[in-house]
Design a protein around this ligand. Structure first.
Ligand code: PEP
Ligand code: MG
Length: 292
């Protein structure tokens, strides 16, 4: 493993927040959640497309991304493609007609699987990322959410390829949030430029605990040995391939006492909420060899 200080990125949900936090000495944005951009449109993407709104969609996403890429330039900005669930899409105009009612949206048509069902949705986002890159903001990366299988990544890569992102050298990352990806991580790594571990969904799925059920709070533990072992397994596989391995879930933001352990597991980066940045930087510095 390289002995360089682990990178510390920021998690952002709204592009408008970039101006407020770009002054922090962070290494970039490790997770730009796209969901709020989609929600701000107020309409289901399929409905928008049916109304001839493809350009509105691409422009909205490209403008949001440019705002962040510009503020953080030349530091990398990781755009995480949409991971809305069917219940969230149903709240948008047209959503009631376009989304089937799912019993269990957290395990439903979300993440990469949605792009198998609706490739256009990824194509438009890839187009937005390319547009940002064409405009000179070459610090963007694309990250695929809630991956379950290698075949999903292969199918998404095809779309990304067709949209010209690889030609331009735009890195492709995946999120590791599902245990199947942890177990088979070595099959995924040749297909990507980096991974980011989503401890919110990973904890939910490793421990079998609904992340949104307040009655299960006593069972919720991102620091559980099983979760840590999963993270360590992924970090080791990445290290063997000299790939960046980040955690962008809330674990290091919410549970700072876990940071030294996460670093020992060999993560090369942490991505934290802006409020947690200063504290994370301090803990990372204190954890450096020879720091005292
Ligand atoms: C995660 O699951 O840890 C994550 C970062 O994604 P989200 O919280 O948006 O599901
Ligand atoms: Mg997630």
């Amino acid at each position: 493993m390289s002995e360089r200080r682990p990178k510390i990125y920021l998690n952002l949900s709204f592009p408008q927040l970039a101006a407020r936090y770009a002054h922090l000495p962070a290494d970039g944005v490790g997770l730009l959640r796209a969901e709020f951009l989609a929600l701000s449109l107020g309409v289901h993407p399929k409905q928008l497309l049916a109304e001839g709104g493809a350009e509105t969609f691409v422009r909205t996403f490209a403008e949001g991304l440019i705002e962040v890429a510009r503020q953080f330039w030349p530091r990398p900005v990781t755009y995480r493609a949409l991971d809305l669930k069917s219940n969230e899409y149903r709240g948008l105009r047209g959503g009631q007609q376009l989304e089937e009612l799912e019993e269990n949206p957290a395990l439903g048509l979300r993440g990469c699987r949605r792009y198998m069902d609706d490739p256009e949705l990824l194509r438009l986002q890839a187009c937005a990322v390319r547009r940002v890159h064409e405009a000179g903001w070459t610090n963007v990366r694309l990250m695929l959410p809630f991956v379950r299988t290698v075949s999903e990544v292969l199918a998404c890569r095809e779309i990304v390829q067709e949209e010209g992102l690889f030609e331009r050298g735009i890195p492709l990352w995946i999120m590791v949030e599902v245990p199947s990806v942890v177990f088979l991580i070595e099959r995924f790594l040749p297909l990507v430029d980096g991974v980011s571990i989503g401890t919110n969904d990973l904890t939910q799925l490793v421990l079998g605990v609904d992340r949104d059920n307040p009655r299960l709070i006593p069972l919720w533990d991102e620091g559980d040995d099983a979760v840590m072992r999963a993270i360590g397994w992924v970090a080791r596989a990445c290290r063997e391939r000299a790939l960046e391995c980040c955690v962008c879930g809330d674990a290091p933001s919410r549970r700072p006492e876990l940071i030294p352990l996460l670093l020992q597991l060999g993560l090369t980066a942490l991505s934290v909420s802006p409020e947690a940045f200063e504290r994370t930087l301090r803990i990372v510095r204190e954890s450096e060899p020879g720091s005292g």
